[in-house]
Design a protein around this ligand. Structure first.
Ligand code: NAD
Length: 306
């Protein structure tokens, strides 16, 4: 299979490119605009791989996408503006890349004989939940500009299945962590700051709960969906490892050798979702389950950053 991976120089995309090259015989074209969040350093070891080609380019460029889709069997769309705090400062690039960029890819896929279009979405599209877990049938209530654009792209992709019969599958995963994540994100930022003896700015009282998924487990789930996911279906991907931000911070301090004095509570993010939690029975019915505990994943991540 020839797979077009968009956003493959970013965090999850680059891990996915490595995963596919190591675990399958697929050939891969990676397209990435190399924004501040993307770097060829993330795929430097596979730039010359005989089953891999890297193209610097923008998913909103319909001519480029049209060219790239010739001979492609499947698209996995990771490319996105991905940082919630940045979307609060300026939503424009989020709407442009996450929604319009996805539209360009979907229209391109319609014009070519694409066997599978995997749209990478997020648990944030469901909004916040007090107790229990979100299943794929729950309504979408995104509460920040980032998650609103991801929900838009997710629904647009599903509409191309219903309206045009495009073989679309959507994955909604929980928070990922692991090697090659940008240092603006919580775990890499706190690991490096903890080791350097710097303060760790925790939003609000640190009680917000996230379900942490090691990136390799997500890559294996996306590859499962790429092969076996049913067109028109959505698959939640989560580990079940729910932790408050304060608990994550304390675990990071113990792994990186810091001190709890370094924790600094700062003004909460506006509209900060209290808790995300996913019901993952559907992806588990395809035979997938997470392999990494949070402690193991955090140690592996710390090794990468420190
Ligand atoms: P990232 O910010 O690390 O990577 C995004 C990549 O997309 C970057 O390499 C960037 O250069 C590229 N990109 C941005 N705009 C582009 C454009 N217009 N054209 C081509 N490339 C462009 O993000 P990530 O954390 O790896 O997330 C990847 C995907 O997974 C995103 O769609 C995100 O919404 C989704 N997701 C992420 C998480 C998480 O915890 N990181 C959780 C659930 C879902």
């Amino acid at each position: 299979m020839h797979v077009l991976v968009t956003g493959g120089a970013g965090f999850i995309g680059s891990n996915f490119v490595h995963y596919l090259l190591e675990q399958t015989d697929h050939s891969i074209t990676t397209v990435d605009a190399l924004t501040y969040a993307g770097s060829t350093n993330n795929i430097s070891g596979v730039l010359d791989h005989d089953r891999h080609e890297f193209v610097e380019g923008d998913i909103r460029d319909s001519n480029l996408i049209d060219d790239l889709l010739i001979d492609v069997d499947a698209v996995v769309n990771f490319a996105a503006e991905s940082h919630v705090d940045r979307s609060i400062d300026d939503a424009e690039p989020f709407v442009s890349t996450n929604v319009e960029g996805t539209r360009v890819l979907l229209d391109g896929a319609l014009d070519h004989d694409i066997e599978k279009f995997v749209q990478i979405s997020t648990d944030e599209v469901y909004g916040t939940i007090e107790s229990g877990s979100f299943s794929e049938e729950d309504s979408l209530t995104p509460r920040n500009p980032y998650s609103a654009t991801k929900a838009s792209a997710d629904l647009l992709a599903l509409s191309y299945h219903t309206t045009h019969g495009l073989p679309v599958v959507v994955t909604r995963s929980s928070n990922n962590y692991g090697p090659r994540q940008h240092r603006e994100k919580l775990i890499p930022k706190f690991l490096t700051r903890a080791a350097a003896g710097d303060q760790l700015p925790v939003y609000g009282d640190g009680s917000n709960v996230r379900e942490w998924l090691y990136v390799e487990d997500n890559c294996r789930a996306v590859e499962t969906v790429l092969g076996e996911g049913e067109s028109g279906e959505v698959y939640n991907i989560g580990s079940g490892d729910e932790l408050t931000n304060l608990e994550v911070t304390e675990k990071i301090l113990s792994v990186a050798g810091g001190d709890t004095d370094q924790i600094e509570f700062v003004e909460d993010r506006p509209g900060h979702d209290q808790r995300y939690s996913l019901n993952t029975a559907k992806i588990r019915s395809l035979g997938w389950e997470p392999n990494w505990s949070f402690e193991e994943g955090l140690r592996a991540t710390a090794k990468h950053y420190l």
